[in-house]
Design a protein around this ligand. Structure first.
Ligand SMILES: NC(=O)c1ccc[n+]([C@@H]2O[C@H](COP(=O)([O-])OP(=O)(O)OC[C@H]3O[C@@H](n4cnc5c(N)ncnc54)[C@H](OP(=O)(O)O)[C@@H]3O)[C@@H](O)[C@H]2O)c1
Length: 425
């Protein structure tokens, strides 16, 4: 039986869960896979800190570089997070010929190309299944099972915090602030929730998904991004009446020879498989020319689910190391990105208007002049502050934005409310 020695960088939520899983399951993993995984060094920021798992004191150090360089370490697991020192530590490990497993979405979504090139030139594995979708197997299915599939579109719910908030708003009629406060209380949202609610976290994950699905060099900054903080309880109630659920979606799609990548709240038809993804669960819906439609669903975050994904990568890396081989290197090509202005979509639009004769004609006239045609319309209330909610036929984003601009200058329009893109069924 070969023993593969692991140098663990970081022992927080994910690192601690990995230690716990190996303490519980190392023997059965060895029996199933023929590889004994043993953690020989653990780097943390504070050696004195109390931990949820028992780690023999001599294994702990605050010197992560020493763990990478240690000849007693065969494989490096990076679960520190952030760009530095994670980037330098990983590059050093690869240069030393040590395979790396990381859960670091921020790193892969921003400097993945540098890491992949370093791994390819060193001839060692870099694996990052846990970086997207926590415990959901997604990177490996995209890289391996769907390697030859002409993927058309990947639509994901990849942020548990926002999905939890939107679920509470839909099911309890809570407003955004109440639902966010509840999510914070339950530990689903950070004290500063910006990265989640404004779509940055989903944007990083989408950049990784799009890179793998379309083989393009796509970084987090390429992703068009809108968060959920402007979605109101009224929008969600209207959506429900019209047969939709509001979700924060991350979409990567092939359009001719371009790739479009965007994160925004959208109206998802209640019959769409993604509509049933509730609470903090994640799911990724893939559409391909040959495979048709498939969906991967599960726990998109959390120490244990994410450590499960790290463990799968570790076993893969350990097998390859033993066989003196590596997995297929990732080859990414420059990608041509389609700007959001060129998006063709149906839209939901909410307007607060003065209730008097001729208002509707004025609004419809502006929409028609911008090639935005109305599919359905509903008025709620009367007098000042009456609301009109429109769902449009498909229109071009550029035209819709110009139309909103013109509507804002109509004196009968008191407020232009939320604009939501409508997913097709
Ligand atoms: N949590 C999740 O649900 C989840 C899911 C998927 C992916 N991820 C990714 O997994 C990574 C880790 O996340 P996490 O939630 O486990 O983070 P975490 O709980 O904050 O743990 C980070 C660990 O890194 C250690 N650390 C920080 N700076 C260090 C340094 N300079 N040298 C050595 N150790 C250092 C910390 O030490 P101390 O313990 O001493 O402070 C801590 O043990 C991130 O990239 C994250 O995006 C997390």
């Amino acid at each position: 039986m070969d023993t593969v020695r692991i140098g663990l960088l970081g022992c927080g939520n994910v690192g601690g869960a990995l230690v716990a899983i190996l303490q519980r399951d190392a023997t059965s993993i060895a029996a199933r896979t023929g590889v004994r995984l043993e953690i020989t060094r653990v780097a943390v920021r504070s050696v004195a800190k109390e931990r949820s798992v028992a780690i023999p004191r001599p294994l702990l150090t605050h010197d992560a570089a020493a763990v990478v360089a240690d000849p007693e370490v065969d494989v490096v697991v990076e679960v520190i997070g952030g760009i530095e020192p994670a980037r330098s530590l990983i590059l050093d490990a690869l240069k030393a010929g040590k395979p790396v497993v990381t859960a670091n979405k921020e790193l892969i979504a921003n400097v993945g190309q540098e890491i992949f090139e370093a791994a390819a030139s060193a001839g060692v594995d870099v694996l990052f299944e846990a970086a997207v979708g926590g415990g959901i197997p997604l990177i490996r299915p995209l890289r391996e099972s769907l390697a030859g599939e002409p993927i058309r579109r990947v639509t994901g719910i990849v942020n548990g915090t926002t999905n939890y908030i939107l679920t509470r708003m839909a099911e309890e009629g809570a407003d955004y602030a109440e639902a966010l406060a509840e999510a914070q209380q339950l530990g689903y949202a950070e004290r500063d929730p910006t990265a989640d609610v404004e779509g940055f976290d989903a944007g990083s994950k989408l950049a990784i998904i799009a890179s793998i699905a379309f083989g393009g060099r796509i970084v987090a900054g390429d992703v068009y991004r809108e968060g959920i903080s402007r979605v109101t309880a009224a929008d969600i109630a209207y959506a429900a009446r019209l047969g939709y659920v509001v979700k924060l979606v991350a979409i990567a799609e092939r359009v001719d020879d371009d790739v479009a990548v965007r994160v925004h709240p959208a109206m998802v038809p209640s019959t769409h498989p993604l509509a049933s993804v509730r609470e903090s669960f994640n799911a990724v819906f893939i559409e391909g020319d040959s495979v048709g439609e498939l969906m991967l669903y599960g726990r998109g975050a959390g120490g244990m689910p994410s450590a499960s994904a790290v463990l799968g990568d570790l076993i893969d890396a350990a097998h390859n190391l033993r066989a003196g081989s590596t997995g297929r290197a990732l080859q990414l090509h420059p990608a041509r990105l389609r700007p959001i202005d060129d998006l063709i979509s149906a839209y939901y639009l909410d307007l607060e208007v003065i209730d008097r004769p001729g208002v509707l004609a004025a609004v419809a006239g502006v929409m028609g002049a911008h090639d935005v045609s109305i599919k359905s319309m509903e008025q709620e209330g009367a007098g000042a502050g009456a609301r009109i909610v429109f769902v449009t036929h498909t229109a071009r984003e550029r035209d819709v934005q110009a139309c909103l601009h013109a509507l804002r200058s109509l004196d009968v329009v008191l407020r232009v409310g939320t604009l939501l893109r409508v997913l097709d069924s």
